[in-house]
Write a protein of this length. Structure first.
Length: 276
């Protein structure tokens, strides 16, 4: 490398120029790869409906001394996503059931903000009947979903070649009909009860709201891309230039020593000539 620099003093400048040019081009390439116009973000509009408990049907089983309360609700099955039921003033040992013949996904950890390592897609149970036992009585709740597909809930992304195609795909994901949409809630209590628990059913429907092309802050992404490429090039260029400058400094030091020795020799010759 030293010989090449000796033959071409502008080689260092040329190497630096080529390096910065490559950094700029590769940085732009990385930036371009992060903003693919083929990805689109769609949003959904959520409608929450609270079904107040109507007058339940009471069935008393004298043989087993059990009171069976039943509520029947008719939910909107269009784009239905969540079906949640809560009950208050349950007696100790009560059994609450959530029934839908079309089937629902549920789990005891669903809706629990403190649940760890929980994914409904992996752990939820799909049944037409979900139940819980209230050991201590009081307030209880069952959370359930009509599907574990996250694309039907709380926005999502699609891959398409145009905005119209992306909207069609988004609507295809979101739009569905959950039928039959009749929801039945049952509560079984020990003894002949005269006052029913307070039951509330909450359903959530989500409809297509809008869609737009996925985009990011161009300036920020470009700077991050350049920084990444600069880091890669630095790992290659810095050691090489370090070795070069170290060698150049050593060579310069040797040149100074040589010049000093030459001066001593010349001075000795001059003194010898003057003496003769």
């Amino acid at each position: 490398m030293q010989k090449a620099l000796a033959q071409n003093p502008n080689l260092l400048r040329t190497l630096l120029g080529l390096s910065f040019t490559l950094i700029f081009l590769l940085g732009y390439a990385v930036y371009g790869a992060t903003i693919s116009p083929s990805y689109y973000l769609y949003t959904t509009e959520t409608e929450t409906t609270i079904h107040n408990s109507n007058e339940p049907t009471k069935l008393y089983d004298e043989d087993n001394n059990i009171t069976n309360w039943r509520w029947t609700f008719t939910a909107n099955g269009v784009n239905l996503t969540w079906v949640n039921v809560s009950a208050g003033d349950l007696s100790r040992g009560s059994i609450m059931k959530l029934i839908n013949s079309a089937g629902l996904y549920s789990h005891t950890k669903l809706g629990d903000p403190d649940a760890e390592d929980f994914s409904c897609e992996d752990k939820c149970f799909y049944n037409s009947t979900h139940e819980l036992i209230s050991d201590d009585g009081g307030d209880e709740a069952i959370y359930s979903m009509t599907t574990t597909d996250p694309g039907r809930r709380n926005n999502g992304t699609v891959y398409a070649q145009s905005l119209d195609s992306a909207e069609d795909k988004a609507r295809e994901i979101i739009e569905h009909s959950h039928t039959p949409s009749v929801i039945i809630v049952e509560v079984k209590e020990k003894g002949n009860k005269s006052t029913s628990p307070d039951v509330i059913l909450v359903t959530v429907n989500e409809d297509f709201s809008g869609i737009e092309v996925f985009s990011v802050d161009a300036g920020t992404e470009f700077l991050w891309a350049v920084a990444a490429v600069v880091g890669c090039f630095s790992m290659i260029l810095i050691p090489s230039f370090t070795v070069y400058f170290a060698a150049r400094a050593k060579e310069r030091k040797n040149e100074l020593k040589l010049e000093a020795e030459e001066q001593k020799v010349n001075q000795s010759i001059s003194e010898f000539d003057e003496a003769n």
